[in-house]
Design a protein around this ligand. Structure first.
Ligand code: URA
Length: 192
């Protein structure tokens, strides 16, 4: 599993399938532990990720780690983290359709190797990459959907959105995230 993934990582390091290959500092392939249980898919690398080559290392990433750790998930131990595209869009704009299309094969291959039983779609770009819907993340978060290879997929809020919405009150985005991560842990604990 590990060697196959490392081969794709190398391909991404040299990739020129879209224009982001010219502007990236580093491609950002994955963090965490390859496993067949739980994979989180974010949006795209930002400034810090582009510099370091690791997903979710900026402020949003630190919050994500705290959320995951609150129920015992840890990128050092038991969760694999990647993004819908591997290179940073300039000025952190949303990935363009042609960038997502060019990069999709890498993500598909990652999922094909891992065959995770749970896939977390973190934010609207990940959501719309896997679920054909006009509904937004606010409506769909917290629900389970059928994913590739029989995976259960759940859309969840992106931590950047939570950083902009600091309330912890019942019904707030942070409160909803807390409900979702507990539900995710509950289902994770039923996995063999
Ligand atoms: N936001 C994402 O969606 N992914 C990252 O890797 C960093 C920030």
């Amino acid at each position: 599993m590990f060697e196959e993934l490392e081969a794709i990582r190398k391909e991404c390091e040299n990739c020129q399938k879209c224009a982001l290959g010219k502007t990236r500092t580093k491609s950002v392939f994955s963090a965490g532990v390859p496993n067949n249980k739980i994979v989180l898919i974010g949006e795209a690398p930002g400034y810090n990720e582009d510099q370091t080559g690791e997903p979710f290392v900026g402020r949003a990433g630190q919050l994500l780690d705290k959320i995951l750790q609150s129920v015992g998930f840890d990128r050092k131990e038991n969760i694999y983290i990647c993004n819908t595209i591997k290179c940073r869009p300039p000025d952190n704009r949303d990935p363009l359709p042609e960038e997502k299309k060019a990069c999709r094969d890498y993500l598909n291959r990652q999922l094909e190797i891992l065959k995770p039983k749970i896939i977390l779609l973190c934010g609207k770009v990940a959501l719309t990459s896997f679920i054909d819907t006009k509904e937004g993340i606010t409506k769909l978060r917290g629900r389970w959907f059928d994913g590739p290879n029989g995976a259960k997929m759940m859309p969840i809020f992106h931590p950047s959105y939570l950083l902009r919405n600091q309330s912890h009150e019942k019904g707030s985005p942070k409160w909803l995230m807390w409900q979702d991560i507990q539900e995710i842990r509950r289902v994770y604990d039923t996995l063999k």
